[in-house]
Design a protein around this ligand. Structure first.
Ligand SMILES: CC(C)(COP(=O)(O)OP(=O)(O)OC[C@H]1O[C@@H](n2cnc3c(N)ncnc32)[C@H](O)[C@@H]1OP(=O)(O)O)[C@@H](O)C(=O)NCCC(=O)NCCS
Length: 177
């Protein structure tokens, strides 16, 4: 990873800034989808709202790491946790963990930060005793898919993903651990 960044486990006081950064990255990545404004606002407020992050920061079933720049701004994070995605191939949920979110701000892309966070997430899942790691990715998110493929994930199924009234064609990807 490039120099001049610091990695930390978020605390409750980080929930607001983490939510703001996650929402900024989501909006930047999916601006072209032109979700109806009410749908997008509702989605961001619930799925990426500060209360959600605060609850997961406080929940030992989740594992998070944030990356800050020299100005102490959060520019990337990973959120690991219990699996909520459909299982395949005889996987048992207690031996599966999910990579729920891996988001960087545009300036942090292509720096190796995502690799650092992914490697941390894989070790977190292994330490939890997981034998498989699942994630969900939008079928048009080619940059993310290339990144996940490089880290050993393959597509195994579909995961309809609702942003308000819009159903996105997300795909489930899996990597053995
Ligand atoms: C997905 C993400 C974490 C990947 O991190 P990254 O630092 O951008 O990853 P990399 O720079 O290593 O790029 C990954 C691959 O995409 C390729 N790529 C770069 N720019 C691209 C573009 N505009 N379109 C398609 N592929 C692109 C890279 O060449 C690389 O390919 P390779 O692995 O075959 O060499 C990061 O892009 C991100 O946070 N995106 C916004 C949020 C998001 O989509 N999160 C994932 C949701 S499921």
């Amino acid at each position: 990873m490039v120099a001049d960044f610091s990695v930390a486990e978020p605390v409750l006081a980080d929930a607001e800034a983490l939510s703001a950064m996650a929402q900024a990255s989501f909006c930047d990545t999916f601006a072209y989808r032109n979700y109806p404004a009410d749908d997008l606002a509702g989605f961001l407020a619930t799925a990426m709202g500060p209360e959600r992050y605060a609850a997961q920061i406080a929940d030992p079933a989740y594992g998070l790491r944030i990356v800050r720049n020299l100005s102490n701004e959060i520019i990337g994070f990973i959120k690991m946790g219990p699996n909520d995605l459909p299982l395949v191939d005889g996987d048992q949920n207690d031996a599966v963990r999910e990579l729920h979110q891996l988001y960087l701000l545009p300036a942090a892309k292509g720096t190796g930060m995502a690799d650092f966070l992914m490697n941390w997430g894989v070790e977190w899942a292994r330490a939890e005793g997981a034998r498989s790691l699942y994630l969900s990715v939008y079928f048009e998110n080619i940059r993310a898919q290339k990144f996940y493929a490089r880290h050993g994930f393959v597509e195994i199924g579909k995961n309809p993903f609702w942003v308000g009234q819009t159903c996105d064609d997300d795909r489930v990807w899996r990597r053995p651990l």
